[in-house]
Design a protein around this ligand. Structure first.
Ligand code: RIB
Ligand code: CA
Length: 314
């Protein structure tokens, strides 16, 4: 039986691939897409979610816009990474998929309440919507199977030396999630940097010879130029699909149990995820932390999902 999931995202080049993986792989059932401010404003991330659903033929999956800013601090977007649109590179047609009028938090609550079994939340963005869901509707925690998020890191950040972008944008929200008591799996930069879209991956996508595959190559090509310019990467890490892959087949993403604390006060370390794998701090284990990726099986699932979606539209 496919695992029911909701993806909370900020498309975002890698969010786009995460959505396609979720929609194209039979191991998960994508119940809804919710958007939040992060890579870009929530207006832009919502438009991008609509664009992805249009080009990938993802229909019957409600898209709901969420929070326009973090819980406490002002919004910081990543236009240096994802561009002005939040998904620069490809030219997208006018979207034919609309968003629903419901707020993301209310849609998540309604689905969690109505769905016959607990639902897995897969946040691939700042955790503002998720924190608000848990605060506004505390009863829904029991209806969440687990939260498998892309965010944080066991070793250093990508927005500050200590903090990864999704957690850095809204550290208070991340703190709420990691303290919530809901089972959390953290897929941080230490594991997502193993998901590199190499020239070999791009060649496999090109060989699919579908319009959707060509759009994915354009997304990854733009992302590659960004990662080369900003960080000197030869190939870009596709962060967000790793969280989806963990739900699809847990064996693809090896994890260990650990206590994770979100630093809120450090002058230089605010937004850091302090991962204690050896109980130095005598804090309760509150998360599974991803350490290793089976990148061959990961890319097989990603490319197959894109092929399934692209072939339907061919
Ligand atoms: O740090 C990587 C994360 O920040 C990814 O989710 C990417 O899409 C951006 O949101
Ligand atoms: Ca993202």
């Amino acid at each position: 039986m496919p695992v029911p999931i909701i993806i909370d995202c900020d498309p975002g080049h890698d969010d786009a691939i995460a959505l396609m993986l979720a929609a194209g792989d039979p191991a998960v059932e994508l119940l809804a897409i919710t958007t939040v401010a992060g890579n870009q404003t929530v207006e832009k991330t919502t438009l991008n979610a609509r664009r992805i659903c249009t080009v990938a033929g993802i229909t019957g999956v409600p898209i709901a816009a969420g929070c326009a800013r973090p819980l406490v601090q002002p919004l910081l977007v990543a236009d240096d990474v994802h561009g002005t649109s939040g998904m620069d590179g490809p030219q997208f047609p006018e979207p034919t998929v609309d968003a629903v009028p419901e707020h993301a938090v209310d849609l998540m609550h309604r689905i969690l309440t109505e769905h016959p079994e607990p639902v897995t939340l897969v946040p691939t963005a700042p955790l503002t919507n998720i924190a608000l869901l848990l605060t506004r509707y505390p009863d829904c925690a029991a209806r969440i199977r687990e939260i498998v998020l892309m965010g944080g890191s066991t070793k250093g950040g990508n927005r500050t030396p200590a903090a990864e972008f999704n957690v850095y944008v809204d550290p208070e929200a991340a703190d709420v999630v990691f303290r919530s008591g809901v089972p959390v799996t953290m897929c941080g930069l230490n594991v997502t940097h193993q998901a590199l879209a190499t020239p070999g991956v791009l060649a496999r996508l090109e060989s699919l010879d579908t319009e959707l595959a060509r759009i994915c190559v354009q997304l990854m090509t733009y992302f590659a130029a960004t990662y080369r310019r900003l960080w000197g990467f030869a190939s870009p890490p596709l962060h967000d699909p790793v969280a989806v892959a963990r739900v699809i087949d847990p064996a693809i993403v090896q994890c260990v149990d650990a206590s994770v604390a979100v630093e809120l006060r450090g002058q230089y370390t605010r937004g850091a995820t302090v991962v204690d794998m050896h109980q130095y701090l005598d804090r309760p284990v509150n998360a599974r932390v991803a350490l290793a990726l089976d990148s061959e099986r990961f890319w097989d699932r990603v490319i197959t999902a894109i092929d399934v979606l692209g072939s339907r539209r061919a």
